[in-house]
Design a binder for this molecule. Sequence first.
Ligand SMILES: [Mg+2]
Ligand SMILES: [Zn+2]
Length: 176
Amino acid sequence: MNNKKTIFLDRDGVINIDKHYLYKIEDFEFTNKLFETCKHFQSLGYQIIVITNQSGIGRGYFSEEDFNKLTTWMIKEFKNNNIDILDVFYCPHEPNDNCECRKPKPGMINEACKKYEIDLNNSWMIGDKPSDIEVAFNAGISNSILINSEYTNNKDEIKTNNIVTTIEETINIIKE
Ligand SMILES: [Mg+2]
Ligand SMILES: [Zn+2]
């Protein structure tokens, strides 16, 4: 099998500074050393997929079109830095919708596995909320890293040993 190892990245708080229901290009700020970190992943042979909860759509704070516009721009910025984002999966629903895609449910990762050849055993999920770590667990991704944030106060609830303070530090954990 040619299943490929994959880095699953959360968006807000990982790729960009979390500004809560962000949808405008001018408000989007890439995190420090993000591109260098992604280049490291690519050099190790990983493909990169983004999975992101965007309940701001379901809540009516911004439209799916706003989100898509920002995503197209974001992918181009990655491209300008020689990084390929294989795909972006998003959940537009609000929590009360009880959909199958909102993290920590594994719907988006299941979708990705249907669309692409993915070796979950050698893949990683990187996020800044406990639900990012839970989604890895629920989808069968073997490895996960939590980036400390305002959402990670209760460490007892967190099912990973890998906790860092910046995306750049994941380089010290993902070495092969
Ligand atoms: Mg996040
Ligand atoms: Zn959903």
